[in-house]
Design a protein around this ligand. Structure first.
Ligand SMILES: [Cu+2]
Length: 151
């Protein structure tokens, strides 16, 4: 089942945006993609995803109009010689239990966008199709490219 929702986001006010698909009990707020310099090969997408349904959902990945692949990742923190070292790790999915909100944000969980085929600049929008399990439930978003987290 493919649910298509095209969101026209004003990049100046995207933090207040709420997306909701009638047959997919999900609310998405404040979606944005990090603007990166042309030399960068990867970037990340951030958003808040709330599960409004009665069953657990898993964010399993996404596809993006400007990249070859998008994977869910977590941020890891290790202490080495008294210094905190941040890294990240791909995970098969990020689970959202009923009523919970998964917050994808810089320094935390995120959707890693890899193999950039073009470099959209700040203010442009990219198409992002987020995928959920069980099944193959999809939500199409049009997400603004921003330099920093919207307030
Ligand atoms: Cu990452």
């Amino acid at each position: 089942m493919i649910i298509r929702i095209f969101l026209s986001l004003l990049y100046v006010s995207c933090a207040s945006l709420i997306a909701r698909a009638d047959s997919l009990p999900i609310k998405i707020e404040g979606a944005w993609v990090q603007a990166v310099p042309a030399v960068a090969d990867a970037t990340a997408a951030y958003m808040k995803i709330t599960n409004l349904g009665d069953a657990s959902l898993k964010l399993v990945g996404a596809s993006c109009s400007v990249a070859s692949r998008v994977e869910p990742m977590i941020t890891t923190r290790q202490e080495r010689n008294g210094q905190e070292i941040m890294g990240m790790e791909a995970v098969p999915d990020l689970e959202i239990v009923p009523g919970a909100t998964l917050e994808l944000k810089p320094g935390g969980d995120h959707l890693m966008i890899m193999g950039l085929t073009s470099h959209p600049s700040e203010g442009e929008r990219v198409k992002l199709t987020v995928r959920f399990a069980p099944g193959d439930q999809r939500l199409d978003l049009e997400v603004p490219v921003l330099r920093q987290e919207p307030k």
